[in-house]
Design a protein around this ligand. Structure first.
Ligand SMILES: *[C@@H]1O[C@H](CO)[C@@H](O)[C@H](O)[C@H]1NC(C)=O
Ligand SMILES: *[C@@H]1O[C@H](CO)[C@@H](O)[C@H](O)[C@H]1NC(C)=O
Ligand SMILES: *[C@@H]1O[C@H](CO)[C@@H](O)[C@H](O)[C@H]1NC(C)=O
Ligand SMILES: *[C@@H]1O[C@H](CO)[C@@H](O)[C@H](O)[C@H]1NC(C)=O
Ligand SMILES: *[C@@H]1O[C@H](CO)[C@@H](O)[C@H](O)[C@H]1NC(C)=O
Length: 661
């Protein structure tokens, strides 16, 4: 007995060792091949991330990878095994198709004599179809080769000693849910699971996408006598991949033999950047081009907007900030200075009606100019006029400057300008009452400007067309300083505008504007309103042409009252008319020092101050001395007797008159 025990122990040990080696050699699980004990040849290699790459994307290559230890077949009759692997066939960008791969059972671990291009790296021309090959393969074939009776370019087959499959089918899996075969595209780049089961001399092949379970029915089931193919009872297990003129990348991501593969732990399929980079660079180029075009359009649009709304703004204007309007505001207020917003046209430019959210109705005058010289003083004057507060002055709200253009914003006067009611036949002529009221309004406004305002302000351009009427027909003085504006900047030879001939005091030829020159203009205005005609009318006969002279003529011939506008209807007081005409003659005295002040004029009109005695013989009375603007850009005065008409001069007059209106 003491001898027996060690013997039994020894036998047991040997037995155990045998069993353990057998188990060791026939079971493995590789989720990635980092730790795998593989024999590789050709271009096959394990990538850093653990994928087994069979071929590398070059032509005419093959690669093999075998588990180093062969499967020892001890009892052929009861041989059975199960193996499961995940592969991915990735199309090479720019190339069509590939050859495919095979799961191999081979008597020899060395297949380096095989041929890459036609035989999947399994055979060469002499071993193909020969029983001495001792090779069984499950091919995942992605090329259609009529030589081996292939079904299509996407099939699975069982090969024994040759590539003509003993059993094959288009790649598919049986879906238990749908109860039918679902096809699989082998060369899709997606991982595919393959199961190869052998038992009872039957070899079953199943496949499915990565996310699926093993199908309940195999795709291929064929009887294969492995004892017959492998008489030496040693079988090497592995993979073969090859490329010819057709190229694809071929990867095995995981493999188990007799164990369960965890498909969630597999390495990923190596990404292959699209070799369609050339079209994609073209695409990128087009995209960039498009982006550039869009950018250019945006820039152009913004430049256009900037140009459209461009303004001139200088440092000195900062203090006038509150009086400054942006061009965009005015542009929008007048609906883009639309034609049907035009209120009137004058020598200075167009006037537009507009609406501002905070100011209500406004009038915008666009004045074009070509020099910026004197602009500072002019803007200062405008702003100071904007500060004038009088019920008979059109409130000036502000201004805006652009290149070559000045925009003046004032309150909108709904009834327009007085001259329309004096000279246009489409409007009924005003009654004497209304005319007198307007005359008094303007006298009061002008008196305020000359004496009542913080500092004396000149109007410089008093005339009926610059007298505006508000909703209640109150007279309001507007258009300040325009004459000055033209004085300083306009090309007088061509526009010849300046405060309109007939309203201008004769001394303006030599001296600057003063309150006395404003009084002269006001006198001309008085006569204009009372007589219903302009101070100078070239269309009339010479004796009637100059209003001042004609009024004096009436006075001399018959009565001053006869000079009145005969269209005036309603009650007319001849005393009042004569009084106003006399004030007009006083104001238009050719001698500046003989003219009354505006304060006195207001008192005369209100009859609170007695009118001085005047006659036709009083110095300066009735001597009309029209101020002529010569084409040489100089001022000159000339006196006209009733007989010395000069057509050229009248032409100048009419141009001047036309522009100044
Ligand atoms: C593939 O392997 C072959 C042989 O090692 C080599 O000549 C070829 O350059 C490789 N191709 C690529 C794309 O790496
Ligand atoms: C084919 O392979 C066998 C064995 O692998 C080798 O002996 C033979 O030389 C090869 N024939 C050709 C033509 O390569
Ligand atoms: C699925 O395909 C296999 C192989 O082509 C075939 O044998 C089997 O009958 C098919 N099953 C169905 C349900 O069509
Ligand atoms: C092979 O498939 C057949 C039919 O589905 C099945 O009866 C047999 O058990 C399978 N054999 C193995 C070893 O899985
Ligand atoms: C398999 O082949 C061996 C050897 O040729 C033979 O002895 C055996 O009977 C075969 N088995 C079947 C089931 O055909």
């Amino acid at each position: 007995m003491p001898h027996v025990l060690p013997t039994i122990w020894m036998i047991l040990c040997v037995h155990l060792i045998c069993i353990s080696t057998q188990l060791e050699s026939t079971e493995f699980i590789y989720n990635g091949f980092h730790q795998a004990d593989l024999y590789t040849d050709g271009v096959a290699k394990v990538l850093p991330e653990g994928q087994l790459q069979l071929t590398n994307g070059s032509r005419q290559n093959m690669g093999h990878a075998f588990f180093k230890k062969p499967l020892e077949v001890t009892s052929p009759e009861s041989l059975s095994f199960s193996t499961h692997f995940v592969c991915a066939l990735v199309p090479k960008p720019g190339f069509v198709g590939g050859h495919g791969i095979a799961f191999v059972l081979s008597a020899s671990i060395d297949l380096s004599n095989a041929d890459a291009s036609s035989y999947l790296g399994l055979f060469n021309i002499s071993t193909q179809g020969s029983p001495s090959s001792h090779l069984v393969a499950v091919e995942l074939d992605t090329a259609l080769s009529s030589e081996f009776d292939d079904k299509n370019a996407n099939h699975v087959g069982i090969d024994v000693n040759g590539l003509t499959s003993i059993e094959s089918a288009p790649a598919a899996y049986f879906s238990d849910i749908k109860g039918k075969n679902e096809s699989i595209k082998l060369l899709s780049g997606d991982p595919i699971q393959v199961w190869v089961d052998y038992g009872g001399n039957v070899l079953n092949v199943s496949m499915a996408p990565l996310k699926n379970q093993k199908p309940s029915q195999p795709l291929l089931s064929s009887s294969v006598n492995l004892s017959e193919t492998f008489p030496d009872r040693e079988i090497f297990l592995g993979f073969s991949g090859a490329t010819g003129t057709l190229i694809s990348y071929q990867y095995i991501l995981g493999w188990s033999f007799g164990g369960a593969l965890d498909v969630t732990k597999l390495p990923r399929v190596p990404p292959h950047k699209s070799k369609t980079e050339r079209p994609s660079t073209l695409l990128i180029f087009l995209f960039v081009l498009l982006a550039v075009i869009v950018l250019l359009v945006l820039v152009a649009a913004s430049v256009y907007r900037r140009r459209k709304y461009a303004e001139v703004r200088e440092e000195w204007e900062e203090e006038y900030g509150p009086h400054r309007f942006s061009y965009k505001t005015l542009y929008n207020a007048t609906k883009g200075f639309h034609m049907n917003r035009v209120l009137g046209k004058g020598g200075f430019g167009e006037v537009y009606r507009g609406t501002l959210p905070c100011n209500g109705q406004i009038a915008v005058k666009r004045v074009s100019h070509h020099a910026d010289e004197g602009m500072k003083q002019f803007v200062a004057e405008i702003v100071s006029m904007g500060n004038l507060k009088h019920k008979n002055i059109v409130p000036l709200l502000g201004y805006c400057r652009r290149k070559g253009e000045l925009l003046l914003v004032s309150e909108y006067m709904p009834k327009g300008s007085l001259d329309q009611y004096l000279f246009h036949d489409d409007k009924p002529p005003f009654s004497w009452r209304r005319r007198l009221m307007i005359i008094k309004d303007i006298a009061s406004a002008l008196s305020y400007m000359h004496t009542g305002a913080p500092q004396a302000v000149l109007h410089r351009d008093i005339k009926a067309s610059n007298v505006m009427l508000d909703a209640e027909f109150n007279g309001r003085l507007g258009d300040f300083g325009m004459a000055r504006f033209h004085d300083d900047w306009a090309d007088t030879a061509t526009t010849a505008a300046v405060g309109t001939i007939g309203y201008m005091a004769p001394e303006l030829a030599t001296v600057r504007a003063s309150t006395a020159t404003d009084v002269y203009s006001f006198g001309a205005f008085l006569l204009e309103v009372t007589c219903g005609r302009r101070p100078v009318d070239p269309a009339l006969s010479e004796e009637r042409r100059y209003l001042v002279k004609w009024v004096c003529q009436c006075w001399k011939m018959a009565s001053l009252f006869g000079a009145r506008d005969l269209r005036m209807r309603g009650e007319i007081s001849s005393e009042e008319v004569e009084m106003v005409l006399k004030v007009g003659l006083l104001c238009t005295n050719a001698l500046a020092e003989m003219r009354p002040s505006m304060e006195e004029v207001v008192q005369y009109l209100n009859e609170s101050l007695k009118l001085p005695d005047i006659s036709l013989d009083s110095p300066g009375i009735g001597s009309f001395a029209p101020l002529i603007i010569g084409s040489t850009n100089t001022f000159s005065t000339s006196f006209y007797s009733s007989s010395s008409g000069n057509d050229a001069t009248f032409l100048t007059h009419s141009i001047v008159d036309g522009h100044g209106r």
